[in-house]
Design a binder for this molecule. Structure first.
Ligand code: MD6
Ligand code: FE
Length: 212
């Protein structure tokens, strides 16, 4: 069994959410190298939201489909609007890590085809939202956090529901599905700090099944 599957505990959370603390730790360096390579082909960029604002988080994607937003709305696109090229392939390392994490959380047979990569600098935040652009909502989303720690805001099925605050640290993986799949969530403004491997940055990879 690979070492990251020897997690000592899984924290009880709202039904459908599992945090695998440190699950990606042993592969963090390899994931970072892949993200660097992806960023060379499909640069991180601040995307526009339909309301006209610009996101504080810089994004890119890998896989058959990538999540994009512009003045027309949110959607998955097979090509990078910045380059006109297909998104870089999803590295096997990232695909397989996500499948193993989904398995460990009870979602067997996960077939991811999209990976959104978010890059946060201090002060960047992700407003409360639902992930609703995926065609198949029976599939979970696997989220990998690297670099500076963030506070994950985890609400309910209504925007106005109270939010739990959960720390996500370097190497943590969250699997998110079932009854929690449509819950509102976000990331509080990133606190400044200096991570030994990423410096003043947080990266988050969300691996999804976006297409039918
Ligand atoms: C982030 N994550 O951690 C933002 N969405 O930077 C998400 O929005 C998210 O972590 C769906 C499922 C898991 C997530
Ligand atoms: Fe999300």
């Amino acid at each position: 069994m690979p070492p990251e599957q020897l997690a000592l505990f899984a924290e009880p959370l709202p039904e459908g959410v599992t945090i695998l603390r440190g699950f990606a730790l042993s592969q963090a360096g390899a994931i970072l190298a892949e993200v660097e390579r992806i960023g060379e082909a499909a640069p991180f960029r601040a995307m526009q939201v339909p309301g006209g604002g610009t996101m504080s988080v810089a994004m890119t994607n890998c896989g058959a489909a990538g999540w994009v937003t512009d003045l027309r709305g949110y959607r998955y696109s097979p090509a990078d609007p910045l380059t006109g090229q297909p998104w870089p392939d999803m590295p096997a390392l990232i695909h397989d890590l996500a499948v193993r994490a989904a398995d460990a959380a009870g979602f067997e047979g996960f077939q991811p085809d999209a990976c959104l990569i978010n890059r946060y600098e201090p002060g960047a935040r992700m407003g409360l939202h639902q992930d609703r652009d995926e065609a198949d909502r029976s599939a979970p989303i696997v989220s990998v956090s690297l670099g500076l720690s963030a506070t994950f805001l985890f609400g309910g099925l209504k925007r106005s529901d109270p939010q739990a605050r959960i720390a996500l640290n370097h190497g943590d993986v969250v699997v998110w599905g079932g009854p929690a799949r449509m819950a509102y969530h976000g990331i509080a403004p990133l606190k400044d700090g200096l991570h030994p491997e990423l410096g003043r940055l947080r990266l988050n990879l969300t691996i999804r099944k976006a297409l039918v």
